[in-house]
Design a protein around this ligand. Structure first.
Ligand code: JHZ
Length: 392
């Protein structure tokens, strides 16, 4: 691996602090990122044991955004129309936002975080609160193979590719397919979205890298959709090389060509990205300094895992941001890791008491701007760092 970026010492992104452990020393790790010129894989260089991140206290729920709910709903319609699967499995089913679109006899969830798995279980969906691996795959598909496996924003969290893809091969039916959805490296680099890297995001994938990984397990991409979720993601349609039921769409080659043209196979692209990240930090700090010099209050919107990287890398703390609004009940009343900024229950923005809002959940800009239309019309301003730091 060729290291190209160092985002400093970082706490675990989803380890929100309680008031009583606010002064306790937090566990930190060095967040540096590297590129492998042979496999084209971009990954973080130091990892944290998975049990420390994905456990019964996992705070993130996909259902907190209308954008994600709609995205899953639309995909479920496409799946039923185009692939007509009789049995579906979701890896990393979170709180069941995708699962909910199917009948209970048609879909199975796998979610290692018990608090989330319990939500889908309570709703009557069969859910295994375990890590996805060959043993679990054998157990689940013993009597009936799976026609379609779906996994959104999960692959980037799993270190051991071999375990995942061997399990996929064991569970899929003859004509079965795998749909993976993850942030696109191309969009991440273009938008200087360095906050896509944190302890849980071990990788941000390019089609180039994913294709090579899949090939080791006799799997291949047969179609790609470039979608808007999470700041620009790719939805990969994957099948076994033996499965001749689907033809490879021209979009696969097109994506690869675009990525190569952009230079995702070259170290110099990542060095340039690192340079852009340093500039982004400088500019964002200048914006905060300027607003604070006028004694203006700034609050945050969306206490995301990504915010942890930005706040700690740019050294933005409660001296700059008074508090964050977030809609997730688990996060409310807690403090962001490292920066120790308080998270409050969301209230509709009003220029009566706030003029500047840092957009932590920049990936939901459209949804949030729609919700806060009045605030914007009244002259309220958002601060964003994507694709470059500015006030809008
Ligand atoms: P959001 C998490 O990352 C962690 P995060 C994880 N590692 C991952 O990969 C992605 O999700 C998928 C709040 N919010 O989706 C809700 C509002 O308050 O960008 C969430 O706390 N009001 C699994 O945390 C946060 O913002 C709103 O109107 O970076 C959004 O988090 C909206 C839309 C959201 O993911």
């Amino acid at each position: 691996m060729k290291k190209f970026l160092d985002l400093g010492l970082q706490p675990l992104a989803n380890s929100y602090l309680n008031k009583k452990n606010l002064n306790r020393k937090e566990k930190k790790f060095r967040l540096s990122i590297g590129f492998n010129p042979k496999s084209y894989l971009v990954s973080i260089l130091n990892t944290v044991p998975k049990e420390k991140m994905f456990n019964e206290r996992y705070p993130y729920k996909s259902s907190e955004s209308v954008t994600m709910k709609n995205s899953f709903k639309n995909l479920s319609r496409t799946i039923n129309k185009k692939f007509k699967p009789s049995l579906i499995l979701e890896i990393g089913s979170n709180d069941g936002t995708f699962i909910r679109n199917f009948s209970r006899d048609k879909i199975i969830g796998v979610e290692p975080c018990k608090n989330l798995a319990n939500i889908t279980k309570k709703n009557g969906y069969k859910t295994f609160s375990e890590y996805w691996d060959p043993e679990l795959a054998k157990k689940i598909s013993k009597n009936k193979k799976i026609d379609l496996i779906y996994s959104a924003n999960t692959l980037s969290h799993i270190k051991n590719f071999s375990g995942i893809f061997r399990a996929v091969n064991l569970a899929l039916s003859e004509k079965g397919i795998l749909i993976l959805e993850d942030p696109s490296l191309l969009e991440c680099i273009k938008n200087v979205a360095y906050d896509q890297f944190y302890c849980e995001h071990l990788y941000v994938f390019s089609t180039l890298a994913l294709e090579k990984i899949l090939s080791q397990f006799n799997l291949e991409i047969f179609d790609i959709e470039n979608i808007k979720t999470h700041g620009g993601s790719n939805r990969y349609f994957i099948k076994s090389k033996k499965n001749k039921f689907y033809k490879i769409n021209h979009r696969v080659l097109k994506n690869i060509r675009i990525e190569k043209k952009f230079g995702l196979n070259k170290l110099r692209t990542y060095k340039k990205f690192a340079h852009n990240v340093i500039n982004s930090k400088k500019k964002l700090n200048e914006i905060f300094e300027k607003i604070k010099s006028k004694n203006e209050k700034i609050i945050g919107y969306g206490a995301t895992a990504k915010s942890c990287t930005v706040l700690n890398y740019c050294r933005l703390g409660s001296d700059k941001i008074d508090f964050f609004y977030d809609t997730t009940s688990y996060k409310i009343g807690k403090y962001l890791p490292g920066s120790k900024i308080k998270i409050k229950s969301y209230k509709k923005l009003s220029t009566k008491n706030i003029r500047y809002v840092f957009l932590g959940a920049w990936n939901f800009k459209k949804e949030i701007f729609k919700k806060e239309k009045k605030f914007i019309q009244q002259g309220g301003k958002f601060i964003t760092h994507i694709p470059e730091p500015k006030i809008i």
